[in-house]
Design a protein around this ligand. Structure first.
Ligand SMILES: [Fe+2]
Length: 259
């Protein structure tokens, strides 16, 4: 199972705070940092999703995902610009939106949004590493992001509102009226939400694949160990006259440590 070390989790959180320091300006910088500091442990440990087959359903997965979205947003913005799109939003607006697009996944003011799934069957058979905390009153993740930002008196620009609101693209049904416009004047005016959506989708897919790769690697290692054991046992059967000899290597395969 893919996981982040304590050092990586700490380093990611420090990078997130440094990113806020670098990109967020004015009075709201201190407010954004206060929000993170107030819930520091929860920010650091929050996963980015509940299920193994979604993305970053690991401790520290939220901040890891946010940093990936920030990085990809800046790169994807460059691509749009190089290809003739007028970039009518600032890097601060882009990075601020990327940082907060999943803020609601941290939970409300008191409770985590995700808690460990303690039902072993659901963990094993449905890949539910985490589950939703029943103590949190229902809000969409995006609505909770806006709730938390207003609680900390963090003002946002119109482009940031549209960017955060629409990062999920058409995966969120409620976004349809924004993305599908039947009148010219209703069409989205900036590209900020497209950049954010592409960055979010790319980050999620990469995280999903990192998890799959690590699971496949583990499976291969288990198969190799089983094969080694079978071969060793087979060798002893071939020499029935001799007393079966369990080597140190075989002992390690079976019990995980040398005797
Ligand atoms: Fe996201």
């Amino acid at each position: 199972m893919r996981e982040l070390t304590a050092e990586q989790i700490q380093e990611n959180y420090d990078t997130l705070i440094n990113t806020i320091q670098l990109y967020v300006t004015g009075d709201r910088k201190d407010k954004v940092i206060k929000m993170h500091d107030d819930m520091k442990d929860r920010f650091m440990m929050a996963p980015a999703s509940a299920k193994e087959h979604y993305h970053n359903a690991i401790y520290g997965g939220y901040v890891d995902h946010i940093l990936r979205v920030v990085d990809l947003s800046l790169k994807i913005k460059e691509l749009w610009g190089e290809n003739g799109c007028k970039i009518d939003f600032t890097d601060e607006e882009l990075v601020f939106s990327a940082i907060h697009h999943d803020l609601g996944k941290v939970g409300d003011l008191e409770h985590d949004y995700y808690i460990p799934q303690d039902n072993e069957w659901r963990r094993k058979n449905m890949g539910e590493i985490f589950t939703h905390n029943p103590k949190c009153e229902y809000m969409s993740v995006t609505d909770r992001a806006f709730f938390l930002l207003q609680h900390y008196n963090v003002p946002i620009s119109q482009k940031e509102f549209i960017g955060i609101r629409l990062t999920d693209g058409m995966y969120e049904e409620a976004n349809k009226s924004y993305y599908v416009a039947y009148k010219t004047e209703f069409q989205l005016r900036s590209a900020i939400q497209y950049v954010l959506h592409q960055a979010d989708m790319m980050a999620s897919q990469i995280e999903n694949r990192l998890t799959k790769d690590s699971l496949e690697k583990e499976e291969t290692e288990v198969q190799e160990r089983i094969q080694n054991i079978q071969e060793a046992v087979g060798n002893t059967e071939n020499t029935k006259e001799e007393k079966p000899k369990i080597t140190n290597d075989l002992f390690e395969e079976l019990f995980g440590e040398k005797k």
